[in-house]
Ligand binder design. Structure first.
Ligand code: ADP
Ligand code: ADP
Ligand code: ZN
Length: 213
């Protein structure tokens, strides 16, 4: 079963994807994480995308489609969770073609609905564990012991360079211009299932579980 988590920056895609990985053994494919990895590893591609990402603009379709193609060919498990991909219609078409080539299809597109005001709060309080990637929030999901990851005991917490209000404004604009048309696209295909992303993390998880089972 392959699914897409669709929603604006801060909607909770990464948080819910990690849960599905733990409970269902699915594979999370986050183009944001892949690009950040490329950025820190200092590859040519990483250097090329760093500035674009920090400004909150979308990286070219060619680059992200290439990253996804590589992963689809090299990993296998109980289905893929596309987190932050596709973000344009061209990416959506490319994904359909890649899955078809592998004899696979898309099961559901989960649209995580959150209003813009909540996103500012989500993004400005977000931090992650530098060791295992667990996602936290200053107010809604703090670590049990300050500065120590609940999951792995790691003590290096990371805040993203693009998690500031100015970059968020650009990211939201990019979302509305280029990504939100995907809602209509998947609705017309009959694959779209909306969930209320404003509910508590556990409630959102329950809504997604209800859709998938
Ligand atoms: P968020 O968690 O806020 O939704 P991501 O981690 O998914 O953000 O993405 C961070 C940045 O990486 C984006 O602002 C964009 O620059 C780049 N990026 C990630 N995925 C894509 C994609 N599918 N297409 C283009 N750019 C992408
Ligand atoms: P995305 O991957 O869509 O950008 P994240 O999963 O990284 O979003 O979540 C953004 C921030 O909001 C994180 O700090 C996370 O802990 C927090 N968060 C996620 N889901 C919820 C929720 N349902 N209620 C409150 N806070 C949430
Ligand atoms: Zn950790």
């Amino acid at each position: 079963m392959n699914i897409i988590l669709l929603g604006p920056p801060g909607a909770g895609k990464g948080t819910q994807a990690r849960h599905l990985v733990e409970t269902r053994g699915m594979i999370q494919l986050s183009t944001g994480d892949m690009l950040r990895e490329a950025k820190t590893s200092g590859t040519e591609m990483g250097k090329k995308v760093a500035e674009i990402m920090d400004a909150g603009k979308l990286v070219t379709d060619e680059i992200v489609i290439g990253l996804i193609e590589e992963k689809l060919q090299s990993e296998a498990g109980a289905g893929f969770i596309f987190d932050g991909f596709p973000r344009t219609l061209a990416q959506a078409d490319a994904l359909a073609a890649l899955l078809a080539k592998l004899g696979q299809s898309l099961h559901t597109v989960i649209e995580m609905r959150v209003d813009d005001e909540a996103l500012v709060k989500r993004i400005s309080g977000r931090f992650t564990c530098g060791n295992c990637g667990e996602v936290y929030h200053d107010e809604t999901k703090p670590t049990k012991v300050e500065g120590v990851c609940d999951k792995c005991g790691g003590t290096e917490m990371v805040r993203r360079a693009d998690d500031n209000e100015e970059s968020l404004r650009t990211r939201l604009m990019e979302y509305y211009k280029k990504t939100s048309p995907l809602i209509g696209y998947y609705y017309a295909k009959g694959d779209l299932r909306p969930v209320n992303g404003l509910a508590d993390i556990d409630e959102v998880t329950a809504s997604i579980e209800a859709i998938l089972s």
